[in-house]
Design a protein around this ligand. Sequence first.
Ligand code: GLN
Length: 537
Amino acid sequence: MKFIFVTGGVISSLGKGLIASSIGLLMKARDFKVNLVKIDPYLQIDAGTMSPYEHGEVFVTDDGGETDLDIGNYERFLDMNLTAQNSITTGKIYWNILTKERQGRFLGKTVQVIPHITDEIKSSLLNLGRDFDFTVVEIGGTVGDIESQPFLEAIRQMKKDLGKENVLYVHVSLLPYIKTTDEVKTKPTQHSVKELRALGITPDILFARTEVPLTDKVREKLSLFCDVEKEAVIEAMNTEYIYEIPINFEKQGLGNLILDKLSLEKRNPELEYWNSIIKRIKNPDHEVTIGMVGKYVELKDAYKSLIEALTHGGIDNNTRVKLNWISSEALEESGCCEVLDRERENNKLDAILVPGGFGVRGIEGMIEAVRYAREKDIPFLGICLGLQCAIIEFARNVCGLEGANSTEFDPETPYPVIDFLPEQRNITDKGGTMRVGAYTALLKEGSFVNKIYGKREISERHRHRYEVNNKFKDIFEEKGLTLSGVSPDGRLVEFIEISRLQFFVATQAHPEFKSRPDMPHPLFSSFIRIALKNKHK
Ligand code: GLN
């Protein structure tokens, strides 16, 4: 049971998650069993109550964990399903300790950060590492933050507890590039390593995030001032596709360096399948542009898994998938038809996707975009809120239910086509109370989605509070909307489609969470295939 801890210095958003994922991948490629853990030092229990603007997408695990988006990177790089346990927050650790305190588990003692909080952190990590050869633990935030100190203290102790051949510290830092003098600066990195060492942690491997390649001189300087071996300074430059990152590290000898530092024999990795993914992403034969009509379009991290799932769908079709981000609010202001007509004329709209979201802002723009897709038979995929918008649009414009809406946006609507289930109605706590995690759906025999998935019983992950209101099911079906997937008890609508159109499909789930680069999700593959066909029509 070996642990690799990944810390970050100088600034946040250095891509520690991708570095942790890459380390995991290189170990898995050497046939080791690998687990990945994300520590977020904020006080929330989970990421579920945070706005995407604060923290990007909330990634959902099968067991209903509402986690950090890095968990999504881990799942995609290692092709494994993680759990809510793989995401640790300060809130969770304190919650456990305070619960134990109330149970009288510390009777007679003073409960303190050291040893109680640090012991709780350590035992959570040991639990997670139990069945694995390697556990890669990414510590969110930046070294020097007050919030992350108990975690850094805990991981410091773990080297003492487990022995130095079982614990490796990896530090990710920024080398700013000064254009005028054409040089990279190592000083901020020196300071952040100094800060780490003051906490008792000396990094074994240093990842230098840099815009320009590292010269020998810079490597030497970093090695000298940060006390890491020269070959343990790893250059981490931006790549066109994130899937290239582990390969770049492997070229620098990272995989065997880690084994060597942890007193293990060198092993050759099996990276052929990964290289073939990269080859296919980088050399596509075709290109499509998907219009993404959402409300968080300024912040791409809000749609992280969706972007990846579309890229995977592209890989499956030898197609580069370009995304045209269209603010649904802008559609409301400038006229949906005018804007979308123009995008189509400029070849920037081969299909329309309406993604998930919360709150009323921008909703009318999304509904209009669905109408546009339906009336002009543009391939359309609706995800979660996208399904709800499609239902509202269909109710208003096809079924004649004027003013139809979701009670999330208009509690007084005469036609609440999207509404709470009775069991949601009395819930007042917002944290952890949505329908979240994996749910089974039964697909209608012969439906479009049945053909796409190639089976009738499927499972997808969910994260929403509202549902299609069953009272309106009959009128929807009468008017030509197929409820093509429902929950096993028939109570919940999970998929809808309009079969007379070339591709008009929406789901209450978030299938993007389960797509993998080497196993593209069939729904996204089909969507891209039809978008491509539509382009050449
Ligand atoms: N706001 C909607 C709901 O809570 C949709 C959520 C989503 O798109 N994830 O049901």
